[in-house]
Design a binder for this molecule. Structure first.
Ligand code: IPE
Ligand code: IPE
Ligand code: MG
Length: 230
């Protein structure tokens, strides 16, 4: 008998390959991000339908400031558009939006739209949509340690550090998926990925389909998670 499909409780996506998707078509990179934003919406919906409880997405890293201003602007415009357009839809669908990363330095309109959707959706409980924006795993750990030091403590433990991460109250990702064939984490969820299953797929993010998501679930179902046990 075929094994039952296991649906991860928390799935995290490193949405990579937007630029290459656009380049293949002779388009500016921002068109890849635009297409990528559509796929993000689709994946949110399909993850919810499948019964995922937490869905994390890497949308902008602390290193992505190295890109051209034009590309950076286009990404923040898309994030604002996403937050504005999903505001009512997410309230109805029951999604709760969370942000991880330092959004205080984002353009004001983008930041305000994000704050609005986070606030409006805070009591929802259908699925958590956790957006990594100006997020870096190392910065997150350093911030957590600095916070603990500011409380006058001089000794920390793992639980304390976990509680000071953006992901406090969230389980660690069961699986981290990266698209576009790159096999690295690029500073994503460094603390939380200790026991995550890693799945690398060759499709560029804008080419991701519902069927690919189910292939990911199939692959995840085959993994034997031991957590150090025999
Ligand atoms: C990922 O796609 C999206 C962001 C980093 C914002 P890329 O823009 O990195 O696309 P590639 O890797 O250049 O193809
Ligand atoms: C990681 O992708 C960041 C996001 C997906 C937001 P990058 O394209 O920035 O990573 P590198 O530079 O290839 O490692
Ligand atoms: Mg990339």
């Amino acid at each position: 008998m075929e094994d039952k499909l296991k649906i991860p409780r928390h799935i995290a996506f490193i949405m990579d390959g937007n630029g290459r998707w656009a380049k293949k078509r002779g388009l500016p990179r921002k068109f890849g991000h635009k297409e990528g934003a559509k796929v993000l919406r689709m994946i949110v919906e399909e993850c919810k339908n499948a019964g995922v409880e937490y869905c994390s997405f890497y949308a902008f890293s602390t290193e992505n400031w190295k890109r051209s201003q034009d590309e950076i602007d286009s990404i923040f415009d898309l994030i604002k558009k996403f937050a504005d357009e999903e505001l009512d839809k997410y309230a109805d669908a029951g999604y709760k939006v969370k942000c991880m990363g330092d959004i205080s330095v984002l353009p004001e309109e983008t930041r305000n739209s994000l704050i609005k959707i986070v606030e409006k959706s805070k009591n929802n409980n259908k699925m958590i949509v956790n957006l990594g924006i100006n997020y870096g795993g190392r910065a997150e750990i350093v911030n957590a340690v600095n916070y603990i030091l500011s409380q006058g403590l001089n000794k920390i433990d793992e639980q304390m550090l976990s509680d000071c991460m953006y992901t406090c109250n969230m389980p660690d990702p069961d699986v981290i998926v990266r698209t576009s064939g790159e096999k690295r984490l690029s500073n994503f969820m460094l603390w939380q990925s200790a026991y995550s299953e890693l799945i690398f797929i060759d499709d560029l993010w804008p080419d991701l389909k519902k069927e690919t998501l189910y292939k990911i679930f199939e692959e995840y179902s085959k993994r034997n998670r031991r957590f150090g046990k025999e």
